[in-house]
Structure formats: structure tokens, C-alpha cells
Design a protein around this ligand. Structure first.
Ligand SMILES: [Zn+2]
Length: 338
């Protein structure tokens, strides 16, 4: 048990979580974000994007419905236009990346409980399914037979796989990619393949990974909302202005053409504080987006919320049963993500 889990179990044992839930949940909007649903054991791609099993997810939906007013995206839009005056503790469920398990596993659970969620999709992966960079990196590192990896990252990186776990190695390489000043996706991946002596056929491996337009249409017609997660899922802050605009415009146009619904919300790929900029927000506004979702934790309080930086907390499969509840409660009460 790690430190956070120990603290969470003390909170529960002492009844602190229950007391906070009953008497202290404050007005605001808690946005909970998921990526993949399913079991990650034996998965050949990135374990880090799994948010929970279907059972975990269902328990969390039930929990959120009991303690919060669960909103639909159009209700969040109405609150946004009226200055975010949330009258009570509210919550919104969102998904990023458009994985097919969202349709197969999460959508039936949401329907069963009469709950709406927002699915933010990178449209290029719907149009041309293939391995995204994070799954590509994880796949190569899981498959390599080499004991030492010498990577031409900036700065160069050497990883000894006899002393470093694959999980940690993947984490380190993903971090190098995400923090690169200007990541060149194709170059980074081909140089990684070369360094690991693993060849990847992205189109074949990723063929079944993402939802189709028909899946998305079915969800949109059943009360779910679909938003943009840009077109190619590049980190916006790393792109020149013209490319950022293209990412925002193209994905919105494709979503509107294919779903016949207006698209007013975007979630920024990776979503950290430095992964989108003031310019990104201006471009969003100019391209007709009213809501932009970040991903670095926190709560959205009445009158203190920026409609183009709506804060979200993440749920991870390794959290176990107690941490998501603790995180939701402590974020809502104290505004700090646990
Ligand atoms: Zn994403």
C-alpha cells in the first residue's frame, strides 16, 4: 500500500470521507476524466491510459450520481454562459482519446444508469485508425529484446532494462516526448524503433483500437456528447499558430459533418498547464469553441472558472477502489487534487 492509499484508508476508517460527503461538498463543478476502460494485464500497449475495469467505472458512476448533480455538456454550456453559478456540487464525466472500449464497455454502463458523458476524440484516429504515439512507445519498449536502450532524445537517454522495469522505462520515454520543446512525432518514433530494434506496423496494430463514425453517431443519438480532442492529438503548445488553428478547425469540421451536431467543446491533448497557451485559448475562441478542458487536476468554482481552462481530475486503474472516491471528495472540498 502506498502513502496515498494509506491516508485514504485512514480517512475512511475514521469516517472523515463520510462526514465530508454529508456536510462539506461545496458548490462547483468536478470534472472526472477517463481514457480506456478494461483490464490492462497482458495489454501490449500503454498501461497508463487504462482508467479502470467496467466494474470500477460502474461503481464510480453510481457514486457520482449519489453525491453530485451529474450534468450534461449542454447544461455546462448554460452554466458557462451564466458565469458558472453552480447552485450545488455538480459533476461531469468525460473521456479522452476515442478508444473503442469507450463504446463497447463504458457507453452501456452510462445508458444503464441514465447518465450522459462527453467523449473527446482526435478525429484523425477515427478517420485513419493507427497506434497513437503513447501506445507506440509502450509497444516498442515492451517488445524489445535489448538489455540497454540508447536513445537519441534531447538530452540523450540510456536505460538499462536489467535494472529498470519496462513500466518505468515507458514512463521515462513518454515524459521525454511530452516535455520535448517541439516533438517531431515521426522522427521520434522511428528513432525509438531503431534504438529498440522493433519494427511497428501502426495501421495494422491500431486497426481495432478506436471508435468508428457509426459508433460515435450512435452515442451522440443516445444522449452522449462528442467533443474535439484536436485532429492528430499533437500537443498544441508545441505547434506553430497556423498548425494549432488547423488542428482545432479540422477536427471540429469533421465532427460536425459526420455527426450533424454543433461542436463547442475541446479537450487539450495531454492537458497539462504548459500543454496549451493563451494563444491556444484565443484560437479556440476564434474557431467557435466555448469550452476548453485541461487535465492537471482541480475544481471549478462559481465565478472563478475559465471556460477555456475547465479543470479535470483523472482516474487511473492502479488507484484501486478507495482512491477515486477520496480524490473526488478532497478535490471538491479543498480544491486540491489528491
Ligand atoms: Zn488524449
Amino acid at each position: 500500500m502506498n502513502k496515498r492509499e494509506m491516508l485514504a484508508s485512514q480517512f475512511r476508517r475514521l469516517g472523515i470521507l463520510w462526514l465530508l460527503e454529508q456536510f462539506r461538498l461545496r458548490r462547483g463543478l468536478l470534472v472526472v476524466n477517463y481514457h480506456r476502460i478494461g483490464a490492462y494485464e497482458g495489454n501490449q500497449f500503454d498501461d497508463g491510459v487504462f482508467s479502470g475495469t467496467p466494474e470500477d467505472f460502474e461503481a464510480q458512476v453510481v457514486y457520482l450520481r449519489k453525491h453530485f448533480r451529474l450534468l450534461r455538456l449542454d447544461e455546462v454550456l448554460e452554466f458557462s454562459r451564466a458565469g458558472f453559478q453552480f447552485p450545488e456540487p455538480c459533476a461531469l464525466i468525460t473521456f479522452d482519446d476515442g478508444y473503442r472500449d469507450n463504446f463497447d464497455l463504458a457507453f452501456p454502463i452510462l445508458r444503464k444508469h441514465g447518465v450522459s458523458a462527453v467523449f473527446f476524440v482526435p478525429t484523425d484516429y477515427i478517420e485513419n485508425p493507427r497506434l497513437p504515439w503513447w501506445d507506440h512507445i509502450a509497444y516498442v519498449v515492451k517488445k524489445t529484446q535489448l538489455r540497454t536502450l540508447s536513445l537519441r532524445t534531447t538530452p540523450p537517454m540510456t536505460i538499462d532494462l536489467t535494472t529498470t522495469s519496462r513500466r518505468k522505462a515507458i514512463f521515462q520515454i513518454l515524459r521525454a516526448y511530452k516535455t520535448a520543446n517541439k516533438a517531431d512525432e515521426a522522427r521520434f518514433l522511428s528513432s525509438l524503433e531503431e534504438a529498440c530494434e522493433v519494427r511497428v506496423d501502426r495501421a495494422t496494430l491500431g486497426r481495432e483500437l478506436f471508435m468508428s463514425w457509426s459508433d460515435l453517431r450512435q452515442m451522440a443519438d443516445s444522449g452522449m456528447s462528442i467533443g474535439s480532442h484536436t485532429h492528430t492529438h499533437q500537443i498544441l503548445a508545441q505547434l506553430p499558430v497556423a498548425d494549432q488553428r488547423r488542428e482545432l478547425r479540422l477536427s471540429r469540421d469533421l465532427l460536425e459533418i459526420n455527426l450533424k451536431k454543433s461542436v463547442l467543446a475541446v479537450s487539450y491533448p495531454v492537458g497539462g498547464r504548459d500543454k496549451f497557451t493563451v494563444t491556444t485559448k484565443r484560437l479556440c475562441r476564434e474557431e467557435g469553441y466555448e469550452l476548453g478542458f485541461s487535465f492537471y487536476g482541480g475544481i471549478n468554482r462559481p465565478r472563478q472558472t475559465d471556460s477555456l481552462d475547465i479543470k479535470r481530475i483523472g482516474i487511473e486503474i492502479t488507484d484501486g477502489p478507495l482512491l477515486p472516491r477520496t480524490r473526488m471528495v478532497l478535490t471538491t472540498v479543498f480544491g486540491r487534487t489528491f
